[in-house]
Design a binder for this molecule. Structure first.
Ligand code: FES
Length: 64
């Protein structure tokens, strides 16, 4: 699904950026330009970011 129409960025592209090490909206914006034009995609992009980071955290073994 397209998250950022101004720059044609999909949720898959955002998730790939996170897989490559991005952990914040600032890093995603630097890498993909998400939110750098009209800004309407910021809340949706943040949801994609938070969901992906949560998935990664849940996949980690618990630290004792
Ligand atoms: Fe992302 Fe406009 S939709 S900056």
């Amino acid at each position: 699904m397209y998250v950022c129409l101004c720059h044609g960025v999909t949720d898959t592209a955002i998730e790939a950026a996170i897989d490559d090490g991005a952990v914040s909206m600032k890093q995603i914006t630097q890498e993909l330009n998400v939110g750098s034009q009209c800004g309407k995609c910021c809340s949706c992009a943040k949801k994609v970011l938070n969901n992906k980071l949560m998935q990664i955290a849940e996949a980690q073994p618990a630290v004792a």
